[in-house]
Write a protein that binds this ligand. Structure first.
Ligand code: MG
Ligand code: MG
Ligand code: MG
Length: 305
């Protein structure tokens, strides 16, 4: 029987590459592991998998009765519906500790650093397992994505050091240029439905008795949203009603100007305003320097609920 390795719902590159890199490590350590995913991959992830010739992990959304390792999350809201009926053997993550619990002891690698793949690289080193060239390249891209090419406040010295080590293994000299190429792929939003854009990198959080959805789109120039902003707002309202959410927030992040335009649909806009000590205008506000949902958005919302 195989053990499954997967990341969060609406998987990002860290979740997909983390499933692949951790499954490889576990296989080398003698455990029969298969990388899976909970949802469709993004164009950025597709770019990474194509670049390094890797297969898309198999789609699997039900895990009752299975043994699993989870990567890049520990929140129930980002887990498969039947996760409580699976045995979680381990967690490799870099987020706040979520609300998942287990009935048996487990392996936990959770660190306050920029990317789950940085944590997984440390696990490779710990076990003395060599990383194949193509997996090293993908892990490097996942770290460049999560840390916004080292610009995010979540990025640590450990992440930059490990990117350099992975670049060497992957034989990639200009890793920042590759990172930028990746973000340009990510910035192409034309021909994509509002729902697909809002949920491309979207997470729901239980805060008190309320549920909030927070999406993020990281691009190299916010003008790509000029023509579609009204459509995004319309669909955020729909998403809010469908999910009975208190708020849906979309961060339009400009990675060059280093800040985010917040789009807000909420039962109580004043809560969002007080979280960021600001005023919304037409349900929007620019937050200078805000690049990270995990470090600069969620921790300010949570105490208000
Ligand atoms: Mg992630
Ligand atoms: Mg991550
Ligand atoms: Mg991210």
């Amino acid at each position: 029987m195989s053990t499954y390795v997967f990341g969060h719902t609406n998987p990002d590159s860290d979740s997909i590459v983390g499933a692949i890199s951790l499954a490889y490590l576990k296989n080398k350590l003698g455990e029969d592991c298969v990388a899976t995913r909970q949802g469709e991959i993004s164009p950025e992830t597709e770019f990474i998998l194509n670049k390094f010739g890797a297969d898309v992990p198999e789609l699997k959304t039900s895990y009752a009765g299975e043994e699993v390792y989870i990567v890049d999350f520990s929140d129930l809201a980002q887990a498969p519906k039947d996760i409580q009926d699976a045995t979680i053997l381990g967690i490799y993550d870099h987020h706040k500790l979520g609300d998942l619990t287990t009935s048996a002891p487990l392996e936990c690698w959770i660190r306050p650093i920029g990317c789950s793949n940085t944590v997984i690289k440390e696990a490779y080193d710990y076990h003395g397992v060599k990383i194949p060239k193509n997996i090293a390249g993908m892990m490097m891209c996942a770290i460049l994505s999560d840390t916004v090419i080292f610009k995010s406040p979540t990025c640590t010295k450990i992440d930059t050091k490990i990117v350099k080590e992975l670049a060497e293994i992957a034989e990639i000299k200009d890793y920042k240029a590759l990172g930028m190429e990746m973000f340009i792929v990510k910035s192409a939003v034309g021909g994509t439905s509002p729902r697909e854009l809002i949920t491309r990198d979207y997470k729901e959080f239980n805060m008190g008795s309320s549920k909030l959805g927070v999406g993020q789109l990281e691009v190299v120039d916010l003008s790509v949203f000029d023509k579609i902003k009204d459509d995004l707002f319309d669909d955020m309202k729909k998403l809010k009603n469908e999910g009975k959410l208190h708020s849906v927030i979309l961060l339009l992040t400009d990675i060059i100007k280093e800040g985010s335009q917040l789009l807000v649909v909420s039962d109580d806009e004043s809560k969002i305003e007080s979280a960021f000590n600001t005023k919304l205008e037409y349900s929007q506000v620019w937050l200078d320097g805000v690049l990270s949902r995990k470090k600069q958005v969620i921790p300010f919302l949570q105490p208000l609920f």
